[in-house]
Design a protein around this ligand. Structure first.
Ligand code: FAD
Ligand code: UDP
Length: 368
């Protein structure tokens, strides 16, 4: 087999680059994907009850980038959706990110303005400087009690690490609010693809210059394919046969259950922030996709050590090891790394799309 670009992985990184290279540069692309489907972790499909479910957990599209939004809009229509998450403590539900409503309900207060809430945080926060980890970044904003209630146990369940062992960028993804905005994200563009994510990928990849080989680890076929450049979107340590050691990732066991009820829980995602349950969150898919049905399908997420790598674990030691691999990768002329696993970054979809468009710009100008 012969192509201009061999792309490993058919997630957003691999597929955006394949689409751009095929349609804009008129170059031949072969994508090798080890799973039986395209779309990477954004893969969705209808289950036996007719509910569109995300097979790798809830994927909510949000971005502030007009470029990313316009790019993806070529391949899908959108339905409006603003993501809301509640944290469950005892039998009660509280808005997360923590906001004015959370505080009033939790502490039986009557804070009315942003200023009153800011004064409350000021009273309870514990000054931490410098901010070295995920405990510091939360405690520095909201103090120990809120940290314990909303972050400590969820984080331990998700990462099997204490927040103080993780980079501040992990818990720092979650803002702290003084207003009563209950949305999980405040980005300018927040939508769901009308026909789901997989359809986006089908449209992106249906081009005469793109060939897709599924169910195949690239290492099995790489010697049989002649290519000018490789774009690799899988785990970087696997690329180098773990020669400096393994990077650590978290995987998740998704347990899907269907109930013959119209609604299972008050919002699409409930975070179980207490230690008593082994799962981290429960997602009710029809609430994300605005589907009407007498049935509902939910997924429970159990975070585990082994399995497909889903989350790069951002600790100092992993970042050091990643740097070593990355330096090695930089020495290989015809290799481009892109995506959450290859760049070992806690990217959301919009980050990966933006990054892929940037890489395309550079390679189309022969700068990489
Ligand atoms: P991936 O989608 O992982 O694609 C990489 C592909 O490479 C995979 O299909 C893999 O099978 C393939 N591959 C790996 N190794 C090989 C090999 N050796 N040979 C052949 N193929 C290989 N982002 C959001 O924006 N919003 C969300 O709400 C959101 N929720 C998420 C929830 C969960 C549970 C997870 C895990 C992620 C979530 N994300 C979310 C992040 C999102 O999934 C990623 O940013 C995005 O999918 C990354 O795209 P990618 O192409 O880099 O990687
Ligand atoms: N987090 C938490 N409690 C919550 C929500 C998030 O402790 O209710 C922490 C936890 O460590 C989590 C991280 O913040 O892994 C990032 O949360 P996010 O919802 O962005 O995780 P993702 O959707 O990527 O799984």
């Amino acid at each position: 087999m012969k192509c201009d670009y061999l792309i490993v992985g058919a997630g957003f990184a691999g597929s955006v680059l394949a689409e751009r290279i095929a349609s804009q540069l008129n170059k031949k692309v072969i994508i090798v994907e080890k799973r039986k489907h395209i779309a990477g972790n954004a893969y969705d499909e209808y289950d036996e009850y007719g509910i569109l479910v995300h097979r790798y957990g809830p994927h909510i599209f949000h971005t502030n980038s007009k470029e990313v939004f316009d790019y993806l809009s070529q391949f899908t229509e959108w339905i409006p959706y603003e993501h809301k998450v509640l944290a469950k403590i005892g039998d009660e539900y509280y808005p997360i990110p923590i906001n004015r409503i959370t505080l009033n309900k939790l502490y039986n207060l009557d804070l009315k303005t942003d200023e009153e809430v800011a004064a409350f945080y000021e009273k309870v926060r514990e000054r931490r400087y410098p901010i070295k980890n995920s405990e510091d970044i939360i405690v520095n904003q909201v103090g120990l009690d809120l940290f314990e209630k909303f972050f400590r146990h969820y984080t331990k369940k998700q990462w099997n690490l204490e927040p103080r062992e993780l980079s501040p960028s992990v818990c720092g993804r979650i803002p702290v609010r003084t207003n009563d905005d209950c949305r999980y994200f405040t980005d300018k563009y927040q939508f769901m693809p009308k026909e789901g994510y997989t359809k986006i990928f089908e449209k992106m990849l249906s081009h005469k210059n793109i060939e897709i080989v599924l169910n195949t680890d690239y290492k099995k076929v790489v010697n049989e394919i002649k290519y000018d450049k490789m774009i690799y979107t899988g785990p970087i340590d696997y690329f180098f046969d773990y020669k400096y050691g393994r990077l650590s990732y978290r995987s998740i066991n998704f347990i899907y259950k269907n109930f013959k009820v119209e609604s299972y829980q008050p919002v699409s995602v409930v975070n179980y922030v207490e230690p008593g349950t082994d799962f981290t969150r429960v997602t009710e898919y029809k609430k994300i996709t605005s589907q009407d049905s007498d049935f509902t399908t939910v997924s429970f997420e159990y975070s585990v050590k082994d399995g497909d790598p889903y989350y790069p674990i951002i600790t100092d030691s992993n970042m050091e090891l990643f740097k070593k691999y990355n330096q090695e990768a930089n020495k290989i002329d015809n290799l481009i790394l892109c995506g959450r696993l290859a760049e070992f970054k806690y990217y959301d979809m919009h980050h990966v799309i933006a990054r892929s468009l940037k890489i395309f710009e550079l390679l189309s100008k022969n700068l990489i």
